[in-house]
Design a binder for this molecule. Structure first.
Ligand code: CDP
Ligand code: CDP
Length: 224
């Protein structure tokens, strides 16, 4: 049997990370971990409790008692915060536009990084986020950095939103994506940055299947 490895997939918003990470994990029979969902879950819990999103101390207290669970389900895994299913809620624009503030707080990053490293201990993991190849799994055997033009990424989000009956105009979405990328790349702790040993794939003109195929080739080369 082939050895089980860690696969880190990082990149900016809507580069296709979670879609391809899920498919790659399925092909390999690995666990998939969406670390963005964890930052979204904390943001959701903080907003519910009226905690200031830049209050590191209060967020730290919140995290001491907060349970975040992923439960496999079809078509997408469910996310539970303190045993409540928040899968849909954490994707709403109110969370999306605030999550970068919470994700910049040091206690949040320390806590979630630990949780992510614990999940990865099982081996055979595909984890996606912003700092997986640099901070969470610096020894991952395969590191991928997905990028795509902001225009294309906004269009992808726009199409997704239509299905969810969210009507944010395309130019507003593009601006929001650019702002979130800026915040994620310029924070002090674990900013969004390509690991020196990551392989970059530009997905602007690639289909999901093409990206998955390219990543599977990289993984197979590494495994052989
Ligand atoms: O799916 P989308 O690209 O919109 O974002 P996400 O992966 O759900 O992540 C939401 C936000 O969480 C990001 O914009 C980051 O602010 C934060 N995040 C992070 O800081 N570190 C990670 N490893 C994953 C997400
Ligand atoms: O996780 P991340 O925010 O990087 O992106 P995603 O949620 O996986 O993908 C955002 C949207 O782009 C989804 O609706 C994907 O189906 C779509 N997508 C695409 O059309 N072509 C790709 N090559 C990758 C993703």
């Amino acid at each position: 049997m082939k050895r089980k490895i860690q696969i880190a997939i990082d990149g900016p918003a809507s580069a296709g990370k979670s879609t391809v990470a899920k498919l790659v994990a399925k092909k390999l029979g690995y666990i998939y971990c969406d670390t963005g969902a964890m930052y979204r879950a904390v943001t959701y819990a903080a907003m519910k409790k009226d905690i200031r999103l830049d209050n590191d101390k209060d967020l730290n207290q919140l995290l001491q008692k907060l349970s975040i669970e992923f439960v496999p389900a079809n078509p997408e895994q469910k996310v539970y915060v303190d045993n409540v299913d928040v899968t849909k809620e954490i994707r709403l624009p109110g969370i999306t536009n605030n999550v970068s503030i919470v994700a910049a707080q040091s206690s949040v990053r320390t806590d979630l990084t630990k949780r992510q490293q614990q999940i990865a201990q099982a081996g055979g993991i595909v984890m996606d986020g912003r700092d997986i190849g640099t901070t969470v799994l610096p020894n991952a055997q395969v590191k991928i950095f997905l990028v795509a033009s902001a225009k294309k990424r906004a269009l992808r989000r726009y199409k997704e939103n239509i299905l969810k009956e969210i009507n944010t105009p395309l130019d507003v979405l593009e601006q929001e994506i650019i702002e979130r990328d800026y915040k994620d790349s310029h924070r002090k702790i674990s900013p969004l940055v390509q690991a020196s040993d990551a392989i970059e794939i530009d997905t602007t003109e690639l289909t999901i299947d093409e990206v998955v195929r390219e990543i599977m080739k990289i993984i197979e080369n590494r495994l052989n």
